[in-house]
Each structure stands twice: as C-alpha cells, then as structure tokens.
Design a protein around this ligand. Structure first.
Ligand code: ZN
Length: 84
C-alpha cells in the first residue's frame, strides 16, 4: 500500500462517495494513489485493489463499476484477477 489514507468524504462526486462510504465501512482501505486513489479489500489475502478515478466522465457508471468489482472479493486463490 502506498500513499496516505484518504477519506471517502474527500471524493468530489457524490455517487462515488456513496460507494466508497459503504466499502470503507466494510473495512476497505482507501489510499492516495494514481489519479485519485485506490481501494484495498479487507480480506486476509488482500485479493483485490480497485483504482478510483477522481474525475470520472460519468460518476454513476464509475460508482457502479467500483461496486461491481468490490463484490468479487474474496477471489479464490489462483484467480487471475487477484492483486499481485
Ligand atoms: Zn479480498
């Protein structure tokens, strides 16, 4: 994990903020990284990281994409989508 921890409330788009709020409440960590931030899943193997755009062209779609990816956690061992 790199960068400082971000708060879901820091995100400029309310649709994305709502998803981040929910995931952070479930134990996901949000860190400053890339264009805005990156989510790290809460499971023991830390199977999944999700990039969070700061200025998505379509905030609703970006929020749904993040939620859909987050729903994959926990990924089984050996799944190619697991974080390296
Ligand atoms: Zn996970």
């Amino acid at each position: 994990m790199v960068g400082r921890e971000l708060s879901a409330a820091d995100h400029p788009k309310k649709e994305v903020r709502a998803v981040l709020d929910r995931l952070v409440a479930q134990g996901w960590k949000l860190c400053k990284e890339g264009h805005w931030g990156r989510l790290y899943c809460p499971c023991e193997g830390r199977c999944l990281t999700i990039p969070v755009p700061g200025t998505p062209q379509n905030a609703g779609r970006a929020a749904r994409k993040i939620a859909a990816r987050a729903a994959l956690c926990p990924l089984p061992d050996g799944d190619p989508r697991r974080a390296p």
